[in-house]
Design a protein around this ligand. Structure first.
Ligand SMILES: [Zn+2]
Length: 110
């Protein structure tokens, strides 16, 4: 028995195969195995929760800002994040700081 991947949408483990498709009985999502890994990258916060565009997160550690003496303090709330590919995978605007990029591993979803 080969193990089927969990549903990429709801993480259900009760997925089953139907020809070339995988189907999730819980949310009805259908997909072709293999395409998910090459498609949208996953963005996870410090706790492993998936992040999405528009989420609000807080910073979990003091972050020094490159090219300035400012420090983004732990607990800073960041609203309406935008996920981008790359090392710093969160595009956001923070009051008092302006537009910047953060790493998803240094934030947590609230
Ligand atoms: Zn599902």
């Amino acid at each position: 028995m080969s193990e089927l991947p969990p549903c990429p949408k709801c993480q259900s483990v009760y997925t089953y195969e139907d020809g070339a498709l995988l189907i999730c009985p819980e949310c009805g999502h259908e997909w072709t195995p293999g395409t998910e890994e090459n498609g949208e990258p996953e963005f996870k916060d410090a706790n492993g929760n998936l992040l999405a565009d528009g989420d609000t997160v807080t910073v979990i550690k003091d972050l020094k800002l490159k090219g300035s003496s400012q420090v983004l303090k732990v607990g800073t709330k960041v609203k309406n994040i935008r996920l981008v590919e790359g090392d710093h995978n969160i595009d956001c605007k923070i009051d008092g700081f302006g537009a910047m990029k953060l790493k998803s591993e240094f934030v947590k979803k609230i």
